[in-house]
Write a protein that binds this ligand. Structure first.
Ligand SMILES: [Zn+2]
Length: 643
């Protein structure tokens, strides 16, 4: 190789410079976080009154050492709850820094786009910092956070903070100004006053560590209602509802009772709490971001219109509260050791998300049933749907569940072409199946004397009242399970999270006394999701999901539709010669059972029409659970309310 290179150089007559790194002008090193008190208090003033333009203005005053020198300001990169480097630095603009009355030059770090250097002059003891957070003006830019009636504000996106300190060691005095007449809700405590702030007056919050501030978002809005979910309890829990229209705020006594029962059932399960008070920040809106995001003493819960008004159709959304509330115990308080970081610019590691999210998903379902937020029939169909999805998950053949814990980092929830083959965040729902498996195993081996409830109480219930995170490792988890029921839990977990292979882990269902079956009656959960997503789901028959105007939103890898050449993005124009409609498609799939000829579709690709024939004859197939006669109904026992 060397000799050849020399000959080549001679032949061309000149030495060719090989490419190498071009040295950039250096920026000073960034101090790693240390567990020492920040000398001073960060003052943070946020103005969220410009809701039309969705521009949030931030002013900070940061005390610095009068000896002068390089100060590094960090914009949060790694967001708790997202478990990923998704800090919206692209929405950060207008940075101006001054000190001692003079404007100072800032420089972005050469290797870290989330870090800003500023040389503080000698004798200057504070920096004045201004910037704007440009909340997305349209869905094309990003999910809507601010409308003319609701603002969902995350302090973690509205702060620059000094490098070199744990975020729990940086005290912050924060204020917030919202539009006139709007109410606010947050887990933060106000310095003075309550209720709707007077026009133009900033709400002043009690001094709090940055860690707590960043974990305590504010919802504000024109139409709101507040419900006490634990009227007789000593530790307050409130449901703060914000909506596009006042009619969405109306709650029936039965609906309120089920939400209150969630608090009681969680207390019976965990035997503890990890907040001084808890606030559900709930938006019912077709306009704002529909998400669930956990915090220690609050959660952000967003659903579309109709949650209370058309409750029957919103069953898929009725596990949201139980899931996010559970995170106060599982995720925020007990946190995987590799996920905890001292500040928001240290890399997180997501290896135990099948506990953090998987077991939370499990308790989310269980507590929803126990509290009456969902009926047993709804819950059984929801479990059947999860089981069916993983039983038809082609990606399980090449990619272990453990590897999917990287998904938030690989893909921050961008659309995917072949999601069931690629896999995406399966630690949630495949995780759920594994915890059902563990729960029924404990119940079986202890002859019903113990269950995963005992594990939850022992593992998440320590340090009652504390919200200082307690971290754990895989070995701690195994030890915790063994303390409840001696078993080879390390082997149990490894064989389920590290293995690849076809077919979902369904032992939990079987041991729970049920089997997964398919028939032509629609699955309740699937129907609710179809309504929410405006799509028609034929996943377990043809292997497609159809969105608006017949466009295929998903094609299951290796399904009959896949084998016939259908691809997501194609539009269905006709089914068996009839112009496409969801209802005609349902009838065509139903009729396939008795038909001897293939189903014929006309589809539109990006630039062509074509005819596709699918030789499918199994009719409509929707998943359900069926009791296995003569076996104990352990699933029934799991879903029954605790008394
Ligand atoms: Zn979660």
């Amino acid at each position: 190789m060397l000799a050849f290179a020399a000959a080549f150089t001679l032949a061309t007559g000149a030495a060719v410079a090989s490419p190498g790194p071009v040295p950039l002008p250096p920026t000073p090193p960034i101090a790693p976080p240390r567990d020492i008190a920040y000398p001073g208090v960060l003052t943070l003033a946020v103005d969220a009154t410009d809701t039309d333009r969705r521009i949030v203005r931030v002013h900070e005053v940061l005390p610095v050492s009068p000896t002068g020198g390089d100060v590094v300001l960090l914009y949060p990169e790694w967001l708790p709850g997202d478990h990923a480097p998704e800090g919206p630095i692209d929405r950060f603009a207008g940075l101006q820094i001054s000190g001692g009355g003079a404007r100072l030059t800032w420089t972005r770090d050469v290797a870290n786009a989330f870090a800003f250097h500023v040389a503080a002059p000698k004798g200057v003891d504070k920096l004045e910092i201004d910037f704007q957070y440009l909340s997305p003006v349209s869905e094309k830019v990003g999910p809507t956070e601010i409308t003319s009636t609701i603002a969902t504000l995350e302090w973690i996106e509205l702060v620059l903070y000094p490098a070199g300190y744990y975020v729990r060691d940086i005290p912050v005095d924060a204020t917030l100004t919202v539009p006139a007449g709007w109410t606010i809700a947050t887990a933060l405590e106000r310095e003075t006053g309550s209720g709707t702030p007077p026009q133009g007056q900033a709400v002043r919050f009690k001094r709090t560590p940055l860690e707590t501030l960043a974990d305590s978002p504010v919802y504000a809005g024109k139409y709101s209602a507040r419900f006490d979910l634990d009227p007789h309890g000593v530790t307050p829990v409130h449901l703060n509802v914000f909506a596009d229209r006042p009619a969405e705020l109306e709650v029936t006594p039965e609906q309120l009772a089920a939400h209150r029962e969630l608090v009681q059932q969680a207390a019976k399960l965990y035997g503890s709490h990890h907040y001084d008070h808890y606030d559900f920040l709930f938006s019912i809106s077709d306009l704002t971001f529909q998400q669930g995001l956990e915090h220690h003493q609050s959660s952000e819960d967003g659903v579309g219109a109709g949650y209370f008004a058309k409750s029957g159709e919103a069953q898929a959304d009725r596990t949201l509260f139980a899931h996010e509330y559970t995170h106060s115990w599982n995720g925020k308080f007990r946190r995987p050791a590799d996920l905890w970081t001292p500040n928001y610019n240290v890399r997180m590691r997501d290896s135990l998300l099948w506990v953090y999210e998987g077991q939370t998903e499990y308790w989310g379902e269980v507590l929803s049933a126990r509290s009456g937020l969902r009926t047993l029939a709804e819950e059984r169909d929801a479990l059947a749907l999860t089981a069916a999805i993983y039983d038809h998950m082609p990606g399980r053949a090449w990619r272990a569940l453990q590897d999917t814990t990287n998904d938030e980092i690989i893909n921050p929830r961008r659309p995917m072409s072949w999601i069931a083959y690629q896999r995406f965040e399966d630690y949630y729902d495949e995780g759920l199946l594994i915890w059902l498996d563990a729960d029924t195993l404990i119940r079986e081996r202890s002859n019903g004397a113990r269950s995963l409830d005992d594990f939850a109480r022992a593992f998440f219930g320590i340090d009652n009242g504390s919200f200082t995170p307690v971290t754990y490792t895989f070995d701690d988890l195994v030890k915790g399970l063994n303390a409840i029921q001696p078993y080879d839990w390390a082997g149990f977990l490894h064989s389920r999270v590290d293995a690849v292979g076809k077919g979902a882990p369904l032992d939990g269902l079987t041991r729970g006394g049920y089997r997964l079956v398919y028939d032509d009656k629609e699955n309740i959960e699937q129907k609710s999701v179809e309504g929410r997503d405006k799509a028609k789901d034929f996943a377990f028959s043809l292997g497609i999901a159809v969105g608006k105007e017949g466009v295929l939103t998903a094609v299951l890898w290796d399904s009959p539709a896949f084998k016939a050449g259908l691809t997501p993005g194609m539009a269905l124009m006709a089914v068996n010669g009839i112009p496409y409609s969801d209802d005609d498609m349902v009838e065509a799939v139903r009729a396939s059972k008795t038909s001897t000829t293939p189903m014929e579709l006309i589809v539109k690709t990006a630039d062509r029409f074509k005819v596709v024939k699918i030789d499918y004859h199994d009719g409509l197939r929707y998943p359900h659970l069926e009791r296995i006669d003569g076996t104990p109904d352990r699933l029934g026992a799991i879903l029954a309310a605790r008394r």
